[in-house]
Design a protein around this ligand. Structure first.
Ligand SMILES: [Zn+2]
Length: 240
């Protein structure tokens, strides 16, 4: 059994038996992990963190290699990000961000860029005064890009022809269709080249990129449609 230390953002926390908790967290070096903290509810002082969702912690855990549930022997709070909880819309966007990460990131696959993105986004949210709408759009595009799931915006999802700025956005196909494939989804709408360029720029941006205000409602709708199409279960936290 190897002993590791990592920085971890708690994504989800569940009571386990009488006194313990299991949790899902995203770590800086080891990707998403499932962990067990024994006795955390009975002896919270033994640990320096209650491992609440949306907090940043330093954890020490045993890699059992035989199970995907790792025993966390120590957890210290690095940043409680308290400010996030003081504003309901901010807390809702933050809850959506961790929910999305928990859904699209596979277990035990190191994702340092996704870790940095989540940490940076939560810090931005904690600063307050942000335009939540564009930050949410930026986060969704980047997470999907890093996870390799973002909608294909340069080729037709039907016949693979290059579409560039000439495509139609199909909710049903999860991306663009060309004019010849339009019969597969007559409801597809002509894609706005400006929106496509913005999505492309967001996907490449390693720092939060402000979304042109006039594009926010359209991009929000497109991305939420795409998430509903892509995900097996709709996210409850998507509603905000
Ligand atoms: Zn086509």
């Amino acid at each position: 059994m190897a002993l590791h230390t990592a920085e971890a953002i708690v994504l989800r926390r569940y009571p386990f038996r009488e006194t313990s908790v299991t949790l899902s967290c995203l770590t800086d070096q080891f990707g998403k992990l499932k962990g067990l903290v024994k006795g955390l509810r009975r002896q919270p002082n033994r640990y320096q963190s209650a491992m609440e969702p949306l907090t940043i912690n330093r954890i020490t855990f045993y890699d059992t290699r035989t199970s995907q549930l790792h025993l966390i022997s120590q957890c210290d709070l690095v940043d409680p990000l308290m400010a996030i909880q003081q504003d309901l819309p901010t807390a809702q966007v933050a809850a959506f961000c961790v929910d999305l990460v928990d859904t699209v990131v596979p277990l035990e696959d190191p994702q340092p860029a996704t870790y940095r993105l989540l940490r940076q986004t939560l810090h931005h949210l904690a600063l307050g005064g942000n335009d939540l709408d564009w930050l949410r759009i930026y986060f969704v595009v980047r997470v999907l890009h890093l996870a390799g799931f973002r909608p294909r915006l340069d080729h037709c999802t039907g016949c693979d022809a290059v579409v560039h700025d000439q495509g139609y956005w199909s909710v049903k196909q999860g991306g663009l269709v060309c004019e010849r494939c339009l019969h597969t989804d007559p409801q597809a709408e002509k894609a706005s080249p400006e929106a496509l360029h913005m999505l492309d720029a967001l996907a490449q941006a390693e720092e939060p990129l402000v979304v042109v205000p006039t594009l926010i409602p359209l991009l929000r709708r497109r991305l939420d449609d795409f998430l509903r199409w892509h995900l097996e279960r709709p996210l409850k936290t998507m509603a905000y």
